[in-house]
Design a protein around this ligand. Structure first.
Ligand SMILES: Cc1cc2nc3c(=O)[nH]c(=O)nc-3n(C[C@H](O)[C@H](O)[C@H](O)COP(=O)(O)OP(=O)(O)OC[C@H]3O[C@@H](n4cnc5c(N)ncnc54)[C@H](O)[C@@H]3O)c2cc1C
Length: 391
């Protein structure tokens, strides 16, 4: 079996296949190190607060594993459960989140509805002008993507999985409608099963097998700011930013931030950015749009010093839900991609589900929302609702 892509998703699939006793597996990654794609550029956010039940279920299982990562995977994980706070500034988003809270609560998530006046208790320094309501889940948090990827990959390797770094997949040979071999820059691997875990590049890997995957890369930026003075995020004895690792998200604008060591990490989507390109250069002009929003919500950022920035790629699907499972038209071709900006947090459960589907086990959860054919079968397409809480 071949897994294409050594990000959190490929590593999780490798680990979960090994747990199912499948160790005749080669994970192929074109970069010299694991986690060099989106996994190495993400904000580390982990949350239960999704609108779609299927996503909440992925979160529940994944967060349980993050909480016990070292015991179960044998690798220490930096994981702070200081919560996610969503600020809602329109009646429409408040109504949509109210429905989401119902879904989450029904599934056992402890999420609370807050009034604007309650926000300061969780997130000092945040200005709430224009905010109608907020939601908070204390078990959401921030985890280290590198630790998760290395943890899964090391455990898979110990079980016998081979990791081929610095090796690109260049072709997929199909015989009689089924996978026969994978061509790489280190030679061909005869196999009847391929897992496409190539993140934002998943469409390209699909094309090698003659499959058109509706997954597009979309550039997203992250900025790092240092506190304005030696007294950190405190001015005149008053906190100007949270001391915890709470993730605060201004849902209408997609501006978000959390503590990153002594600094603040923040980001915001660019409505002008077009999906489809692989450029990950930083567009500093974006700051013109980010700054007014950021300093309105977290005024101390006006005095903070921006130290650096980077950009990475979301892997967007049309309904913001992933594809996890087989592509029926090509025997042995599986996909785990299209997580639309929240794949890191779902990598533990998604990898487990795919390993179960590959090995013919019962995945124990409804996988219809993740099927590839929801995009090819018009009856399924009409029936399905996507994920609304995309940041
Ligand atoms: C700025 C930003 C912030 C984000 N914040 C969050 C967050 O807070 N929480 C969250 O859950 N998610 C977040 N995400 C999304 C998350 O990073 C992704 O969903 C996740 O990392 C996808 O993992 P992956 O393993 O599928 O993809 P990747 O990590 O991109 O891995 C795919 C791998 O495939 C390899 N590859 C591609 N083509 C080939 C080939 N031909 N041969 C061999 N290898 C190949 C690539 O080199 C790459 O390493 C964020 C993303 C970005 C860009």
């Amino acid at each position: 079996m071949v897994i294409v892509g050594g990000g959190c998703m490929g590593a999780s699939v490798a680990y979960h296949l090994a747990r199912c006793g499948i160790t005749n597996v080669v994970l192929v990654e074109r970069e010299p190190a694991l986690g060099a794609g989106s996994t190495g550029r993400n904000a580390g956010g982990v949350r239960h607060q999704f609108s779609h039940e299927a996503n909440v279920r992925l979160s529940l299982e994944s967060i349980r594993l993050f909480e016990h990562f070292e015991e179960e995977i044998g690798y220490p994980l930096d994981f702070h459960q200081d919560g996610y706070l969503f600020l809602l500034s329109s009646p429409a988003s408040a109504a949509s989140f109210a429905r989401g809270v119902e879904v989450q609560t029904k599934l056992g998530v402890d999420v609370v509805w807050l009034e604007p006046d309650d926000v300061a208790e969780h997130a000092p320094g945040v200005a709430v002008d224009g905010v109608h309501a907020a939601t908070f889940c204390a078990r959401d948090g921030i985890a280290d993507p590198h630790g998760v990827t290395q943890g899964f990959a090391n455990a898979a390797r110990r079980a016998g999985v081979e990791l081929w770094l610095d090796t690109a997949v260049t072709g997929i040979r199909i015989l009689d409608g089924a996978v026969a071999a994978v061509e790489t820059t280190r030679g061909e691997i005869a196999t009847r099963t391929v897992v496409n875990a190539a993140g934002p590049w998943a469409k390209q890997i699909g094309a090698l097998a003659g499959v058109v995957l509706p997954i597009e890369p979309l550039r997203r930026h992250i900025f790092i700011a240092q506190p304005p003075s030696d007294s950190g995020w405190i001015r005149d004895g008053v906190r100007t930013a949270p001391t915890s690792h709470i993730m605060v998200i201004d849902f209408e604008t997609t501006f978000y931030f959390h503590r990153e060591g002594p600094n603040l990490l923040f980001g915001m989507g660019d409505p002008g950015e077009r999906a489809g390109g692989f450029d990950t250069d930083v567009d500093w002009d974006l700051l013109e749009h980010v700054e007014p929003v950021a300093t309105r919500r977290l005024p101390v950022l006006a005095d903070a010093q921006l130290t650096h920035a980077w950009a990475g790629l979301y892997e967007m699907s049309p309904d913001a839900l992933p594809i996890i499972g087989p592509v029926e038209a090509v025997g042995g071709f599986y996909v785990i991609a299209g997580f639309s900006g929240h794949g890191f947090m779902h990598s533990p459960a998604a990898g487990r589900v795919l390993a179960d589907l590959i090995t013919g086990r019962d995945p124990g959860m409804e996988t219809a929302p993740f099927r590839f054919d929801r995009f090819t079968d018009s009856r399924l397409r009409r029936a399905a609702a996507g994920e609304a809480n995309v940041v």
